[in-house]
Design a binder for this molecule. Sequence first.
Ligand code: SF4
Length: 108
Amino acid sequence: MKETIYTEIICKGFCKYYKEGSEELHCNGYVFLRDNFTLRELKTMIEMLRLKRDIKYKIPERDKGLTSLLCRKCDFFVEGCDYADNQSGPPCGGFLIVNLFAEHLFQP
Ligand code: SF4
């Protein structure tokens, strides 16, 4: 089960695919953020990077490392994810946030 406050921030805030009532479904982008960042860290980083809700429609360039880290263990990888399959649609909100964190904070 998702934690409501993380759902508010990650899924409602940044995921094009979020649907009310689908809280038992877990994309691994969500799980990665929930398990590795406190709420305070997550909110602070989103504010620092001034992430806007319209990022949910962006299709980032394929990053093999991130796809391997997040998508291969994701429930939607098997069931069908537009981004993981062939980048015909944006990734989930969790993936987008992790991708932007990686771009802005962890690049040399
Ligand atoms: S982009 Fe798709 S496969 Fe990758 S973590 Fe998100 S929902 Fe799962």
